[in-house]
Unconditional design. Structure first.
Ligand code: PLP
Length: 216
């Protein structure tokens, strides 16, 4: 069996060894910008749902018996809110990115992704069998160069970005990327983890107002 001690020592030497600890002090590092984790209205909604008899846990996959009226209501509300045809919720962002990429991006497709895309997108891309092209951060010219390259008939070109980047807090040129997607017959995937509720004219994120069949 492999001894992991040298690996752990190496991580320690690089300052990359991590362990979990209880949070303390002022929060400058979580994603809870809007304070939703302690919002009274959300707490009340959870209490009412429990008192109303909602099950604890999914009981099964949604394909079996895990699909509930509450899911339907949430997803139709979100579709109307974002002005799109349908929405599909996942338990967390990691699963959403991983599932989307490994399910929709086919073996002979090409995924053109920003170098600062979140680890969940990178993990999805790692698992996907498609061709991958990493683009230096927010470099529209490099995105276009990659999009110009031909691919096999019946396959898709995908552009993957974040709207507001978690690492640097800067913004993707969503409008220009959507124009490139149109020009080169590609599909644009925008991870709005840090845009939802924070940016856009009414808080719907950087993609607000861009309801488009090339946008996910
Ligand atoms: C841009 C982005 N996408 C996806 C995720 C993953 O989300 P979750 O923590 O809900 O799995 C994060 C998490 O910080 C993120 O910053």
């Amino acid at each position: 069996m492999k001894n992991f001690t040298p690996d752990l020592d190496r991580l320690k030497a690089m300052g990359r060894y991590r362990s979990v600890g209880l949070p303390a002090g002022v929060d400058f590092s979580s994603n809870d910008y809007l304070g939703l984790s302690t919002h009274p209205a959300l707490r009340q909604a959870a209490i009412e749902a429990l008192q109303g008899g909602i099950e604890i846990g999914a009981t099964a996959s949604r394909f079996l018996r895990g699909h509930r009226q509450a899911h339907e209501e949430l997803e139709s509300f979100a579709a109307a809110y974002y002005g799109c045809l349908r929405t599909l919720f996942f338990p967390n962002g990691f699963q959403a990115n991983y599932a989307l990429i490994t399910t929709l991006i086919g073996r002979y497709d090409v995924a053109i992704f920003d170098a600062l895309c979140h680890a969940s997108m990178r993990d999805g891309l790692h698992a996907a069998q498609c061709m991958k092209v990493k683009i230096s951060h927010n470099n529209l010219e490099a995105f276009e160069d990659a999009l110009k390259k031909p691919i096999a008939t019946g396959c898709n070109k995908w552009i993957l970005v974040e709207s507001i980047y978690s690492m640097d807090g800067d913004i993707a040129p969503v409008r220009e990327l959507l124009m490139l997607a149109e020009k080169y017959d590609a599909i644009l995937v925008v991870d709005e983890a840090h845009g939802t509720g924070v940016s856009g004219a009414t808080g719907r994120g950087e993609t607000e107002g861009f309801a488009h069949n090339r946008l996910i």
